[in-house]
Design a protein around this ligand. Structure first.
Ligand SMILES: Nc1ncnc2c1ncn2[C@@H]1O[C@H](COP(=O)(O)OP(=O)(O)OP(=O)(O)O)[C@@H](O)[C@H]1O
Length: 259
């Protein structure tokens, strides 16, 4: 059975549809990539599957139960890394993880073991007592990652997780993602970085103008569409604009002389 089943989700903002009839499944051990251009409906989908937003229509089932029947219980099984690191800047990384652990009802001993272990593994040991206002974007991103994994959730939702991570942290993150999938977690991965989606994801969903256009393993998509890369598949599916000529027109407009 699918761990997460998304059934015919639709959401409109002031009668303008943002997503329409979005359906897909996510099984244990899968890393499913969610691709779409700006404004295609990715964040709206993520807000609904994390329980932050109510759909206009459709439902989300976690292990067969509608998530909205018991949202607090669902959130015990969910780890979410948002795109932007909004953290309490005056807190240290350690204090933030302690807060997360207490809100999750963990004992102080468990919190201590987990927080120290995670901060050490993420290269933040010597910074653990410094306020996060002093952290770089990548360091804050790593704290968010630790916070999302802290309660050992079954389902992970990552929104553009590599933004701000340096090469080494990004590599660690990719290895971690594969390890998490191998241990039976289900991972929903929103990204604009096609090469990484191609490397990491077992399946890819392409959304355009609020509708799912494709749902298949990356290799199958490239084979069926007889294209050499996911980037070409994506461009063809969403009828991407001629970016080269837009770029050259942009430079021409920039250079318009002052009249
Ligand atoms: N709160 C809102 N009120 C009105 N319209 C909204 C709201 N949130 C999103 N929309 C609209 O819904 C559509 C889908 O937006 P959404 O943020 O889900 O796209 P996205 O794929 O996440 O985009 P991006 O990659 O730019 O983050 C867009 O047309 C957007 O303008």
């Amino acid at each position: 059975m699918a761990m997460l089943k998304v059934e015919n989700l639709s959401k409109s903002y002031r009668n303008i549809p943002a997503i329409q009839n979005v359906s897909f499944c996510l099984r244990a051990g899968e890393i499913v990539g969610y691709l779409g251009t700006n404004g295609s409906g990715k964040s709206t989908t993520v807000k609904i599957i994390t329980g932050l937003l109510q759909p206009s229509d459709g439902r989300v089932l976690f292990n067969g139960r509608n998530i909205r029947d018991d949202l607090p219980r669902y959130r015990e099984s969910l780890g979410y890394i948002p795109e932007e690191a909004h953290l309490y800047a005056y807190m240290s990384g350690m204090e933030y993880l302690q807060l997360v652990g207490r809100l999750r009802g963990m004992s102080e001993k468990t919190i201590d073991i987990k927080a120290n272990g995670m901060l050490r593994l993420l290269g933040l040991e010597s910074w653990r007592h410094s306020p996060m206002s002093l952290y770089s974007k990548g360091m804050r991103q790593r704290v968010l990652m630790a916070a999302a994994l802290f309660h050992d959730p079954k389902l992970l939702v990552f929104d553009e997780p590599l933004s701000g991570l340096d090469i080494l942290s990004a590599r660690l993150f990719k290895d971690l993602l594969q390890e998490l999938a191998a241990s039976g977690k289900a991972i929903f991965y929103i990204s604009h970085v096609l090469e990484i989606v191609e490397q990491l994801c077992t399946r890819v969903l392409v959304i355009s103008k609020g509708k799912i256009l494709a749902d298949a393993p990356p290799l199958e998509l490239t084979r069926v569409m007889q294209l050499s890369s996911l980037e070409r598949v994506f461009a063809q599916l969403v009828e991407q604009q001629d970016t080269k000529s837009i770029a050259s027109e942009m430079v021409a407009v920039m250079q318009v002389a002052n009249h």
